[in-house]
Structure formats: C-alpha cells, structure tokens
Write a protein that binds this ligand. Structure first.
Ligand code: NAI
Length: 343
C-alpha cells in the first residue's frame, strides 16, 4: 500500500515512522499542500493522507480518482476541507475523530489564561528586565460565565477544565447532551450572558460565520472570544470591527479563516498580504497561535495510530469505523450503521 502524505512536517514523519514497512505500508512524504497543482504527486498512490489545510476540492478528487487513489485518510478530526459530495461513490474518506481532546482543550485554556493575565506581555517585558506591572491587570476566571458552543469531546474536556476553575458554564449544541452542572441555552442567551465564549463546534454551512456583527452586537461588552475550532466560524472583518469598537475585550485565535496559505509556514522574512490578520496581530488583546492546539506528543501518536488503523481497516475489512460521507447522519438506512462501508 503506497501512502502519499501532503503538508507533512517533521513531527508527522516522527509519529508515523514506527509503522513504515509494516503490514505492507510504504510512506512518501511531501511538504507541499494538496491542491489541483500538486495532485499529480499522488499518481501511483493507493492512499493520500492529508491535514487541515489541504484543499481536497472536487477537481482534486477527480484527479485522485483518475490516478486510482482509493482512500483519502485525514489525519485530523475536521473534514470541512474535503468535498464529500464529490468523493461519494469514488473515493472513501476516513478521519481521526478523537485523538487527544485534552490537547485542544488545554491549549484553549492556555490561550485564555495567557490573554487575560497578560502573560504574553509579561514574558517579553521580563526578557528585557522590565519588571513594571503597568497595564498588566487581569481578572479572575473564578465565578465568570463561559459560553461553550459545541459540547463534543473537546468542548466537554474544556468544560471540565473551566469547572475546575470555579467558572459557571453555559452551553449550546445542536444536539445537547446530559452534562452534570452544565446548562444548555439558546445561542442568543449564551451570547448575552457569557464573559468568555469558546468555540468547539465543527465548521459547517450552518456554523460558518456564527460569530459575526449581529452576534457580536448581542454579546457583553468586554467579552473574550476564543476559537480553537475552525477559522471560518468567525467573520474576521466583524471580529476586527468589534475589537476596534472595544466591544470585544480580547480574542484568542488558534485558527483563522484565511489560514491555509499562511499557517504552518515561516513568513517572518516576508510581507504578509492579509491586512485583516496583520491588523489583528498588532492588537495587544489578540493572541494568535498557528493551529497548534493539537500539537502534543500524545495527540500526534494517537493521530498516527488511528490513521494507520483506518488504512488497514479499509484494505482488510468491510467495516470502516471512521469513514465519513456526504450522507452521514441523513440516512435512516445508513450502511455504516449496518457496519458496512458507506458505498
Ligand atoms: P465532536 O464531534 O466530538 O464535537 C462537536 C460538537 O459540535 C458535537 O457535540 C456536535 O453536536 C456539535 N455541533 C454540530 N453542529 C453544531 C451546530 N450547528 N451548532 C452547535 N454545535 C454543533 O468534535 P471535537 O473532537 O470536540 O472537535 C470539535 C472541533 O474542534 C472540530 O470540528 C475541529 O474543527 C476542531 N479541532 C481543532 C483542532 C486544533 O488543533 N485547533 C484539533 C482538533 C479539532
């Protein structure tokens, strides 16, 4: 089985190296992202293994299909970058639904604490032997209300952390669950009552630009918005406007809607053309990390283990536990429920 990796970094190679050559697995790594121009590199591959910013659109899928690629193995949970309807009945798609929800939840809290306790400022100051506390006043998280949108694996891990801090938790989910000590509300109420809003839902047509000028207008003045989910959940222009108007107190962003041409690469010697991102980064109350919430040893080895299992399942068994397809969730007669491949 020939597996071609796109957007592969050293940490990916390290996590996957123990599986190389085992059970017929043969790996080829490319640093470039998958797009129409680079799809050619997948010629001769059985599987392409992609990450969050590879663009697996309909044209790319058509090319992969022509080359005989049988499986798209996402080494991530989200699959908004794959055109599932174009892939249906052509190429199967698998993902890693869970690796370490703690990695992302803990990074979410790290960003929040860093922001509200001004750690990012203090770090730079003390490096320069500036021990002044001027402008570093923060606020307690204890007793504050956090609004969590999306209470799946990561949302719940984050809720547990917040409850450890003595915070009140409000939640919104399209499919609410029973979680002790958590009150589900409508989105509008969550927007109105939360001191902090943290996004943990997937990016879908329904959730795209969930945070926009209208929702921002409903929020408390000084609200802190944290996004470790997907960039396009937030309308960046509206976020910028909210920050400039001082309605939004701070923003912590591990993801950005136009991140795909920037994140994971070093642009320190270049002029970045994205004025919105550049302006956001200039603000003292905005912290940006470049989609690194998943980046822990535990998460990387979990991703590699499940990806390899997905590939071996595909070639060896009928059931594909982690397959996603265009119809997922829609069908009463879902083949996956009958433990079969989606098509
Ligand atoms: P999950 O599938 O366990 O949970 C997602 C939750 O969102 C579910 O409870 C679901 O019911 C809910 N949901 C679906 N549609 C919704 C809607 N319209 N409104 C509100 N809630 C809705 O997923 P998990 O593992 O918790 O991951 C959440 C997101 O985190 C992923 O979709 C992905 O985008 C992001 N992520 C980010 C990473 C990073 O490194 N920054 C790493 C891993 C995931």
């Amino acid at each position: 089985m020939r597996i071609v990796f796109f957007d592969a970094k050293d940490y990916d190679k390290k996590a996957f190296e123990q599986y190389e050559g085992k059970e017929g697995l043969e790996f080829k790594y490319y640093e470039t992202k998958l797009c129409e121009d680079t799809a050619e590199l997948a010629r001769g591959a059985d599987v392409v293994c992609v990450f969050v910013n590879d663009d697996v659109n309909a044209a790319v899928i058509e090319k992969l299909y022509d080359f005989g690629v049988k499986l798209i193995a996402l080494r991530c949970a989200g699959y908004n970058n794959v055109d599932l309807s174009a892939a249906y009945e052509k190429i199967h798609v698998v993902r890693v639904p869970a690796y370490s929800p703690y990695a992302v939840a803990e990074h979410t809290m790290a960003l929040l604490l860093c922001s509200i306790r001004r750690i990012h400022k203090a770090y730079i100051r003390t490096k320069d032997f500036n021990f002044s506390l001027k402008g570093l006043t923060g606020f307690d998280l204890h007793g504050k209300t956090v609004g969590v949108i999306g209470t799946g694996k990561i949302g719940r891990a984050f809720i547990d952390i917040c409850r450890g801090f003595g915070m009140k938790v409000l939640a919104y989910d399209k499919y609410p669950a029973e979680i002790e000590g958590v009150r589900y509300t409508e989105l509008d109420e969550l927007f109105r009552q939360s001191d902090i809003i943290s996004l943990h839902c997937p990016l879908t047509e329904e959730t795209a630009h969930l945070i926009n000028k209208d929702s921002i207008a409903k929020m408390r003045k000084g609200v802190v918005i944290v996004n470790t989910s997907r960039g396009a959940l937030i309308d960046s222009e509206d976020l910028l406007a909210g920050l400039k108007e001082r309605r939004i107190g701070a923003a912590c962003l591990d993801v950005y809607e136009e991140e795909s041409d920037l994140f994971f690469e070093d642009f320190s010697g270049h002029i970045v053309n994205d004025d919105t991102l550049a302006r956001l980064i200039t603000m003292p109350n905005v912290i940006v990390t470049s989609h690194q919430a998943f980046l822990t040893e535990e998460a990387l080895s979990g991703i590699a283990e499940t990806t390899v299992k997905n590939i071996l399942d595909f070639f060896g068994r009928q059931e594909l536990e982690n397959e996603v397809c265009y119809h997922c969730g829609d069908f009463d007669d879902c083949k996956k429920k009958r433990k079969e491949k989606c098509f």
